[in-house]
Design a protein around this ligand. Sequence first.
Ligand code: NAD
Length: 311
Amino acid sequence: MLCYSPRVTIVGAGRVGSTLAQRIAEKNLADVVLLDIIPGMPQGLALDLMEARGIETHNRKIIGTNDYADTFGSEIVVIAAGIKRKPGMSRDDLLKTNALIVVEATLSAIARSPDAIFIIITNPVEVITYLARQATSLPRDRIMGMAGVLDSARFQTFIALELGVSPVDVNAMVLGSHGDLMLPLPRYCTVNGIPITELMDAATIERLVERTRHGGAEIVELMQTGSAFFAPASATCLMVEAILRNQSRLLPIAAYLQGEYGLDNICLGVPCRLGCGGIDTVLELNLTDGEMAALHTSAESVRESIERYLG
Ligand code: NAD
C-alpha cells in the first residue's frame, strides 16, 4: 500500500506561522515544514509541537529548519515571513523590506517544490502577492494572498456579537484590499439565509463595517507590542484545508485579476473557488455602482503602492 502524507511548508515561524503549523498538524491535514531565518528557533518550535502530538492525538511530522532543502516536495507553501506592523505604522511602511523577503523566499521555495501552490500572508498582502507572482511568473491559480477570509471572519464575529447569535450561522463577505479601503458587503451577509439588512438598522451595520475595516488596527492598539495571529492562522488554515481536501470552497482571496471587475494586472480580494489545483474560478458578482466604485478605489490604492515600489 502506498503511504503518503501531504506537506505544507511555512516560511516565517513567527506568531502567525507557528500558530498555523499548530492548526495544520492538530487538524491532521499535513506534515509541516517550518522555516525561519533565526537559527534554532523553528527547530525548537517544531520539537515543542512534536512533543504535544501524543496529547493532541495526531501523528503529523513537524520539521523545523533554516534550510530550503528541507522544504522539497511541498504541496503548499505559505509565506508568513517578514517584519510586522507596530502601532502607528501603515501597511505600506512594511512594503520595502517585506517585498524583498517574500520574493526571495518564494523563489527559494519554488526551486524545491516546483508544483506547489503559494499562499502569501505577509503585509501589505495584495502588493506583496503581486510582486511575488511577477517574480515567479506562476499562473494565477497557484499564487494567492490571504486577507478576505480573515476580514470576513472579523465581520462575521462583529455581526454575531451584535445579534447574540452563533458566528457559525453568520455568512459574511469582505472584498478589496486588506486595509482601511476594504469592502465589507452587507448586501451579501446573512444569518442562516436571513439578510442582515432585515435584522439591523443601517447605522448599526455601518458601525460594524467600520469596526471590520479597522479590525487589524484595533488589535495592534490593544496589544501594543504585536498584531493579530490566532484568527489569521485560522483563516489561512481554512484555505490550506480547502486545497488539500479539494473542497471547492467559495472564499474571498487576493487573486491576480485579468479583466474581472474591469480590473487588470493587479491582485485584489475577490470571491474565488478554491480546490486542489488552487484558484479554480474567479466569481464576478453583480456589484452596485457604489460597491464597484469602492472596489476600484481599493484597487487604486494597491496599484499606487505597486507603482511606488517599482519606482
Ligand atoms: P512575526 O514577526 O511574529 O514573524 C515573522 C517571522 O518572519 C519572524 O520569525 C522572522 O524571523 C521571520 N523572517 C524574517 N525574515 C525572514 C526570511 N528572510 N526568511 C525566513 N523567515 C524570515 O510576525 P507575524 O505576526 O507572524 O506576522 C507575519 C506577517 O504576516 C507580517 O507581515 C504581518 O503583517 C502579516 N499578517 C498578515 C495578515 C493578513 O491578513 N494577510 C494577518 C496577520 C499578519
